[in-house]
Each structure stands twice: as C-alpha cells, then as structure tokens.
Design a protein around this ligand. Structure first.
Ligand SMILES: *Cc1c(COP(=O)(O)O)cnc(C)c1O
Length: 384
C-alpha cells in the first residue's frame, strides 16, 4: 500500500474473497438476517473441523467465554486460574460473574503458562474454593503442553476451559486445540485466522454445556420454545446471518489460510535470522501451527522504554505494530484487586520486550523485507 509516496504495512488485513462477498450479498437479498441456515452451516463446519459434537456460534469470542463459564455455573465461590499474558477477556469473564481470579506466570520459550508455577498456584489454592477452573490460553496460536496441563488438572480436580480464540486449527500431538477441556472458544475478529467481522463460537462434547449456552445466547429460550418463553436468564449473544455466512465461506479454505500464514511466518524467521531479534519458536509437540499474530522479542538490555522507541520508529516508517500483550494483572480493575508489579516476573519482563509486527494471510514478501530491514535498523539504533 502506498500513501504520499510512503509505504504503509498494516498490522493485520483480513482476506476477503469474491466468494465471501457473494454469499454475504445473498444473505442481504434473502431478507433473513438472523437465526437462519448460515448460522447452522457455520456451526457445522466448525464442529466437524475441530472434531466436537457441538458448536454454538455467538456474537464474539468474549461472549463465547462468558457463556461457557455461565453454563458451568461458575460464581463467587469459585476460582479461575488464568495467565496474565493474554487478552483481557480471558480473565474478565470471571469478574462478570463475581468470581475469583489467580494469575499464572508464563515460561519464556512459548510464552504459554509456566507449568511449575501453575502447579504452585493450584496447590496454594486447593481446598479454598468450591471449584477451581483453568482458563487455558493457547497464546498466539501455539498450543499448550497439553499432556502436562491435563495431568496437573486431573491431580487437583481443576476443570479446564479452553480460550483457544487465537488458535483455530492448531494441533497438539495430532489433536486440535479447543478440545482439551470441557469446552473451548474461538474468535473471529478481523485479525484472527478467519473472520466474521465480530463473532465467536463455543465448541464442546457436553450435552449440558451445549443446551445451556445455546439457550443463553438467545435470551434463555429453550430448544423449540416460543419467542416469548424463557427458561433461563439469557443474553442476546446471537451472531447475525451475514457474519455466519462470511465465516462459513472462509472455513471452506481454512487449510490454505493456515498454510499461507505458515509461509509468512517462515519468511520472517529467515529474514530476521542473526539479527539479535528473537522470533517465535514452535515446539516439537505441535503437529500443526495456526499462527494468529507474529510476536518478536527484542534482546536484552531492551526494556519497555526501548521497546516503545522501536515501535515509534517502526510506526514512523509506516509499519504498524502493537505491544502484545500488556499484562492483564496490571490493568486497572486488577490493580484495584491488589495485583501489582513484581508479582509475575517473566510476564512483566517479556511483555516489556515484545512487539507484534505486520502479519496476515496475504502479506507479501517485499513488505516483510521492508519490515525486517527496519527492525534490524532499529536494533542498531536503539539497542546495540
Ligand atoms: C481475540 C481473543 C478473544 C475474544 O475476542 P473478541 O474480540 O471478544 O472476539 C478472547 N481471548 C483471546 C486470548 C483472544 O485473543
């Protein structure tokens, strides 16, 4: 993209095909804009792709997570254990329900939950709550080490919810993420692997979670109930037909999308080799990697202020970037609950040195070279 002779590389850019546009226009012309066939078809395509019995499409990834914890009866006597290095919604859903939150630190390599720290947190809280839940996040698309997660959770009777909103299609030892807990959530905001504009989905094998979440997304109406008959206190978390049709159309090429994103990721890895910049690693247990964003890490002694200078330099050169993630435990609502700096050392160190650089399905090689060259220059200027 050129602008006044100056190059701009956006952070993300959804891939919208002619077929996507046609199907959305078809919905608009049909007059049926909500609760129609595309919602069902989208749900079927996700359930069969991920390999679950059910899928319930909703208005966002956040509403998917909210309905999962509602369906599990999570409340004020329960604890949600969650990494702080995630999107804020992973933790917020516990506070929606007046529940309790404990944060877990991450391990530096994959930036996923640190299993030793997780076990410590679980041990420390065992017996203190009615139930303990884990909100497991496959961060940036990289699966957790699920064997050890399941192991610890079984040992201490921790119920697993999967926030797989960044990882549609990723596999751990041949099994798709989203299927390791009682239920999983995916999200379809425009920067995700596939998009519906706004949207999300719950995947589960549980009849009960399916029944409750399907009812609660639709004002608590039970299956086959009349429009003004409400068995539960529900919400309007429905997805509309235009969004569902877009998602269904995108799912037809999910494999190509994931492949292309892998190509883009590999190119960055090549381009940034020996630059001092750390590129993301994919562990051996990952049999399929579905990239969400591409997050690089500046070498020490970089810190937050150096990182912010690097970001400013990139932005000045038309390269959009973002400081994924700013720790959740340091956001105001959590500070008000007593969290502060110095509590999660790895999360705080790493989040001060990470930058998400432009990354999307159709990102061109020339644009990647432009980004990589400027990142190299930035290291020379601000770190060496
Ligand atoms: C994208 C995302 C969500 C959901 O986001 P919405 O904007 O509500 O669709 C939840 N958790 C994580 C980790 C995410 O990246």
């Amino acid at each position: 993209m050129e602008e006044k002779g100056k190059k701009t590389v956006p952070l993300s850019n959804p891939q919208i095909s002619e077929g996507d546009i046609e199907v959305v226009v078809e919905v608009l012309k049909s007059g049926r804009l909500s609760i129609g066939k595309y919602t069902r078809m989208f749900e079927e395509s996700i359930a069969s792709y991920v390999g679950t019995k059910y899928a319930v499409a909703v208005s966002s990834g956040t509403s998917a997570l909210h309905l999962i914890i509602k369906a599990l009866g999570f409340g004020k006597d329960d604890l949600l254990i969650v990494p702080s290095f995630t999107f804020v919604a992973s933790a917020n859903v516990a506070l929606y329900e007046g529940g309790n939150v404990e944060f877990v630190d991450i391990e530096p390599e994959t930036m996923n939950m640190d299993m030793e720290h997780f076990e410590q947190v679980v041990e420390k809280n065992a017996g203190k709550y009615r139930s303990m839940f884990l909100m497991a996040v496959d961060v940036f698309g990289h699966p957790l080490d699920w064997d050890s997660v399941v192991n610890v959770c079984e040992k201490y009777d921790v119920k697993i919810i999967e926030d797989s909103c960044e990882a549609l299609g990723s596999e751990y030892k041949g099994k798709k993420v989203g299927t390791f807990g009682l239920a999983g959530a995916f999200a379809f905001y425009p920067n995700k692997q596939i998009t519906t504009g706004e949207g999300g989905i719950i995947v589960t094998d549980s009849d009960e979670i399916f029944k409750l979440s399907a009812a609660m997304r639709n004002q608590g109406r039970g299956e086959g109930q009349g429009w003004l008959s409400h068995d539960y206190i529900g919400y309007n978390y429905r997805i509309d037909e235009m969004s569902a049709a877009l998602g269904w159309s995108q799912m037809k090429r999910i494999d190509t999308i994931i492949d292309k994103r892998n190509t883009v990721a590999k190119r960055y890895e090549e381009l940034l080799k020996d630059s001092g910049i750390e590129t993301p690693k994919v562990m051996d247990y990952v049999t399929k990697m579905s990239w969400f964003v591409y997050v690089v890490r500046l070498p020490k002694p970089a810190n937050k202020s150096i990182r912010d200078n690097v970001m400013k330099y990139l932005e000045e050169n038309g390269i959009q970037c973002r400081n994924y993630f700013s720790p959740v435990h340091l956001q105001r609502p959590y500070r008000e609950l007593g969290w502060s700096e110095g509590t999660l050392s790895v999360t705080e160190d790493i989040s001060g040195r990470t930058i998400a650089i432009p990354f999307y399905t159709d990102l061109e090689k020339e644009d990647q070279e432009y980004v990589a060259n400027h990142l190299r220059k930035a290291v020379e200027i601000f770190i060496k």
